[in-house]
Design a protein around this ligand. Structure first.
Ligand SMILES: *[C@@H]1O[C@H](CO)[C@@H](O)[C@H](O)[C@H]1NC(C)=O
Ligand SMILES: *[C@@H]1O[C@H](CO)[C@@H](O)[C@H](O)[C@H]1NC(C)=O
Ligand SMILES: *[C@@H]1O[C@H](CO)[C@@H](O)[C@H](O)[C@H]1NC(C)=O
Ligand SMILES: *[C@@H]1O[C@H](CO)[C@@H](O)[C@H](O)[C@H]1NC(C)=O
Ligand SMILES: *[C@@H]1O[C@H](CO)[C@@H](O)[C@H](O)[C@H]1NC(C)=O
Ligand SMILES: [Ca+2]
Ligand SMILES: [Ca+2]
Length: 951
């Protein structure tokens, strides 16, 4: 199909300013993936070793699947999703910062490029410190782009370097001898042959340069004598000296060095990941990478006066989950709690420690609330921004929302985070308390009106969750849904909602990988018949209460049919447990000068054609055969044409994106399965609905760092493909930071308008705090809204770029080959007078025991004791802004047995730059051997030596 072919060509063309795929080259995406897989495997091995477990490396080449498995994570989906996000942000640099030379190390912008990397790295570390992993991932993707481009666009590889330039991510260091502005670096290529266009003196003197690039003919500003980037997009390439030096692909001017550049870029990416790991610690690093066990367990709980029964039910279910799942593959990866009341809500409590979470839930009390409505949507908003994507949030309340203006914001966040929201509402049928409001002693009793409940039903339905309406005494009968939904491998097979209800037959395919097949139905007096694949009419027992029923089915592979005969409104959801699932993103043609495709981060365009990228997770062999957009409230569908892209990616093109809310239904085959053919077919559906829009809201991908106390301008554009008029604008953030924005913009039919949001974080906001800003534009009439969701990291200006250092104070070793003999050392760790101070000391190598204690003047004393059979120790020392130092000490014993003599050599090595004092030598050594040789050699492998890049 012609459209699809053109689409693929465009896809291939992206990355014009960096490593790309044209001609079989290796892309930024691939470089990023390889480095992440390798770095992650190394950390998983270290963690396993530290826990005394065996670790088996997966076979080469690594895949997200095999690495997640080796890391004992049953959830390859979240790992793959993390990799995809980092890749997307990396690629987007080409689309959004196409003409900014610093982002690509073009035009000899070395200082600018390095500043982008170091500033971004500080933000990544600060985010990780506060466990804001999603922010860390986004920023990481952005800084990997320039980091990798350096090796394609500079002459680093031509200078004979085979290892990375580590100073590229270290501020205040020397990244090389850069060519002066006036120094010529290139000569003309000979015809198409550019293999020798860099001047000899540049190579001989090891002078660093990079190619000049301009996509705009008249703006070509290459200084005399300088190298070009080269290639068809570069308008400087025909300005003398003609030809370029980029290594983006094998056909590039320096394409003969493409593979070399790729290998160094992979090593450089691995190295910066190692640095981030050091700052974060192994456990946090793996979480950042999405190597987790179960899903997040998230609650938003109304804590006003009448909620004590509900809070008790939450306590019980939380205890049950923690007691039954901790230590299993379904152990929640993170626990999130957002209390809301009125006028207060939050703060968000997020922890990986089940005990901390239990305590937080236990300390909730039901008080206050004033009038009946509460700030439920504010609480939900905070939970949505704080939860990982693809989570499920359970909201407990017995009151209407007071903050209904947040409905569209909450919907935007639900779509953006692909997060399911299930409400447990306990006041629809019973009556509700009434309390004092100030002096006004209102005591009338109320119950939730239909429209108040409908808001929750709408949000639940849009997200793929349920609005469960029960009495307080019935609540414990329905909380099992929370336990079931917390399974790490929960997948949705089918979901539908009908309002008004109508008789309809739903079919769904269950494959052999699906376990614990379960159907959830909401609605009152809903009747149905279920037909199993063998054709039997089954009448499974249902459990539940109020408007909610659960059917637990004996799993049988094949096609099932659910005949709904009810005319009351209902929702139907079929779930199971399976590793096989999918990720998806809508794509749009990029507005940048090189075309290509960009991922749509908000509502796709309604009524026109569109494309979807689908990635299968949980199986290296599953393929997608059919992708359909199914309207959520009816049965209208749009079928897409599917094209395999390799790497379990599929590109799907649709002639029309529905204007009504819809879900994505994917069907495919798991060819690896050895079972019957019928059990090989699978179907999965996106739980969360998608809406399309005729409005688009865009922002340039500009700096997403907020300096506390300083206002940041966020420009945005609103465009409509529909009628003009006055569009209302709403900008909200989840932290309650001060922001200003226009309340409306006037657009012509098919036109656009610009606005600016100013956002300010309070002066005392902690570095690493994450704020999510949602900017919404609503077309006249109110029916059509689109939004952009932006994440900012608060970061105080970092001035400490120096890692803590170790100073060996004493070492006592009389090691022989006897394992019962111990050795010990004592080390002093400091972060210097100007430093931010030591944050953490951890052990990376060595299985001895260590103790730290603070002595006077910000000096930390570390003492370490180990068996002589564990002669190496490596300490990781990290300061408060994430600068990482490592200190390595070794008491290796080399024994040579000759008839008369035994020689023991003890070596102490350290990697810090501290001037070393000779450690006291254990005096008892001589007693154990006939002839003793003690040699103490100290190798200083300083990380900051100014000219290390030259070696
Ligand atoms: C993988 O990572 C390790 C350590 O981080 C590094 O030594 C090794 O060279 C890497 N391998 C590849 C293939 O990049
Ligand atoms: C559902 O299927 C049954 C049996 O084939 C049929 O009798 C019934 O009319 C169908 N209902 C609808 C709404 O199509
Ligand atoms: C569902 O799966 C879990 C874990 O795999 C298992 O313990 C349980 O028995 C299964 N069945 C039900 C009905 O939950
Ligand atoms: C389903 O039907 C098959 C034959 O059609 C029969 O052998 C089997 O016993 C039935 N199973 C149930 C649970 O009724
Ligand atoms: C909006 O801003 C962009 C660049 O920031 C500019 O190109 C465009 O013309 C502006 N549009 C309007 C309608 O002012
Ligand atoms: Ca209230
Ligand atoms: Ca420091």
């Amino acid at each position: 199909m012609a459209g699809l072919a053109a689409l693929c060509l465009l896809l291939l063309q992206t990355g014009a300013l960096g490593f790309e795929i044209l001609g079989g080259g290796v892309t930024h995406q691939k470089i990023t993936e390889r480095a992440i897989l390798n770095a992650t495997v190394q950390v998983c091995r270290a963690v396993a070793t530290a826990e005394g477990k065996d670790f088996a490396f997966p076979p080469q080449p690594f895949t997200a699947e095999s690495v997640a498995f080796a890391c004992e994570s049953s959830n390859s989906r979240s790992f793959l999703q993390t990799i995809r996000l980092i890749q997307k942000k990396n690629k987007r640099v080409d689309l959004r910062h196409v003409l900014d030379a610093s982002f690509h190390f073009d035009d000899e912008h070395f200082a600018g490029g390095r500043d982008i990397i170091t500033a971004g790295l500080s933000a990544v570390k600060a985010s990780n410190q506060l466990e804001n992993f999603e922010a860390a991932r986004e920023k990481l993707g952005e800084i990997l782009h320039p980091l990798q481009d350096f090796y394609s666009h500079s002459n680093w590889v031509e200078l004979g370097n085979e290892s990375p330039n580590s100073n590229l991510f270290k501020s205040g260091t020397n990244i090389g001898n850069m060519a002066d502005e006036t120094r010529a670096t290139c000569r003309n290529c000979v015809g198409d042959d550019c293999t020798n266009n860099i001047l000899e003196d540049i190579l001989r003197d090891k002078i660093l340069t990079s190619g000049y690039f301009s996509a705009v003919p008249l703006l070509s500003s290459k200084p005399p004598g300088k190298c070009s980037h080269g290639g068809t997009f570069d308008r400087t390439t025909n300005t003398e000296p003609r030809g370029g030096i980029n290594k983006d692909n094998p056909q590039s001017d320096h394409g003969h060095l493409h593979n070399k550049a790729v290998n160094v870029a992979i090593a450089a990416t691995t190295e910066i990941l190692e640095d981030i790991r050091g700052a974060a610690g192994d456990r946090s690093f793996l979480q950042m990478m999405g190597i987790i066990k179960g899903r997040a367990l998230c609650f938003a709980i109304d804590t006003t006066g009448s909620m004590s029964d509900d809070i008790a039910a939450v306590r019980t279910v939380t205890s049950n989950i923690i007691n039954s799942k901790v230590g299993t593959q379904d152990e929640p990866s993170v626990y999130i709690l957002v209390p809301f009341n009125d006028p207060e809500f939050g703060p968000l409590i997020r922890t990986t420690d089940p005990t901390v979470f239990k305590n937080a839930i236990n300390s909730l009390t039901a008080t206050g609330g004033g009038d009946a409505p509460e700030l439920s949507l504010s609480g939900l908003q905070l939970a949505l921004t704080g939860a990982p994507p693809n989570s499920e949030i359970f909201v407990f309340t017995d009151a209407p929302a007071k903050d209904t203006h947040l409905k569209s914001t909450v919907l935007a966040l639900i779509e953006r985070k692909k997060t399911v929201v299930t409400f447990l509402i306990t006041n629809v049928l019973s009556s509700r308390r009434r309390r004092q409001i100030g002096n006004n002693q209102q005591q009338s009793r109320t119950r939730m009106v239909a429209s108040a409940v409908q808001l929750y039903r709408d949000l639940a339905q849009a997200s793929g969750g349920q609005a469960i309406e029960v009495t307080k005494s019935e609540l414990p009968k329905v909380t099992s849904i929370i336990t079931e939904s917390s399974s790490s491998s929960l997948v949705t097979l089918l979901q539908a909602a009908r309002n008004p209800g109508k008789a309809e037959n739903f079919t769904f395919t269950v494959d052999a990988t699906v376990k614990n097949l379960t159907i959830y139905i909401t609605g009152t007096a809903v009747s149905f018949t279920l037909i199993s694949p063998s054709g039997n009419t089954t009448e499974p027992s249902t459990i539940g209460a109020g408007n909610f029923q659960t059917l637990q089915l004996t799993t049988q592979a094949g096609q099932w049919e659910m005949r709904m005969v009810s005319t009351n409104p209902y929702t139907l959801k079929v779930v199971g447990q399976s590793a096989i699932d999918f990720l998806f993103d809508f794509l749009e043609v990029s507005q940048g000068p090189f075309g290509g495709f960009d991922v749509v981060d908000n509502r796709p365009r309604a009524g026109v054609n569109g494309s979807l990228q689908v990635t299968v997770t949980g199986s290296d062999s599953a393929t997608v055969t059919e992708v359909t957009l199914v309207e959520s409230s009816g049965s209208a569908e749009v079928n897409g044409s599917v094209e395999a892209q390799g790497d379990r990616n599929f590109l799907v093109h649709f002639d029309r994106i529905p204007s009504q809310e819809f879900v994505v239904l994917v069907k495919g085959q798991n060819s690896n399965s050895s079972s019957r053919a019928s059990s090989v077919l699978f179907q999965r559906q996106s739980p969360t609905s998608i809406r399309a829009s005729t409005v688009t809201v865009t922002t340039p991908d500009s700096s997403n760092v907020l300096v506390p106390g300083k206002s940041l301008s966020v420009p945005f554009s609103v465009t409509t493909s529909g009628a003009g008029g006055t569009f209302s604008i709403q900008a909200t953030n989840d932290q309650g930071f001060t922001s200003s924005s226009p309340s409306s913009l006037v657009l012509e039919t098919g036109g656009s308008a610009n606005g600016t949001v100013n956002l300010t974080a309070p002066v005392n906001t902690a570095s690493g705090t994450d704020v999510t800003l949602t900017i919404e534009a609503q077309a006249p009439g109110g029916g059509d809204t689109n939004y952009v969701v932006l994440r900012f990291t608060v970061l105080k200006t970092v001035t400490d770029f120096t890692q803590p250092v170790c100073k060996l104070l004493s070492l006592q070793s009389n090691c022989s080959t006897n394992c019962s003999v111990m050795w010990e050392l004592s080390v002093q760790v400091t972060d210097g007078a100007e430093g931010t101070g030591l944050d953490r000391v951890s052990l990376r190598q060595g299985n001895g025991s260590f103790n730290t204690s603070l002595s006077a003047g910000n000096v930390t004393m570390v003492s370490y004791q180990a068996s002589c059979c564990s002669p190496d120790v490596e300490l990781v020392v990290v300061d408060k802004v994430g600068n990482v130092g490592t200190c390595f000490f070794s008491v290796r014993v080399a024994t040579t047995n000759s008839p008369q003599t035994t020689t023991v050599t003890t070596t102490v090595t350290t990697t810090t730059q501290t001037p070393l004092t000779t450690p006291p030598v254990g005096s008892s050594s001589t007693k154990t051997v006939q002839s003793f040789l003690f040699s103490l050699s100290v190798a200083i492998l300083g990380l900051h030596l100014p000219d290390i890049w030259m070696n």
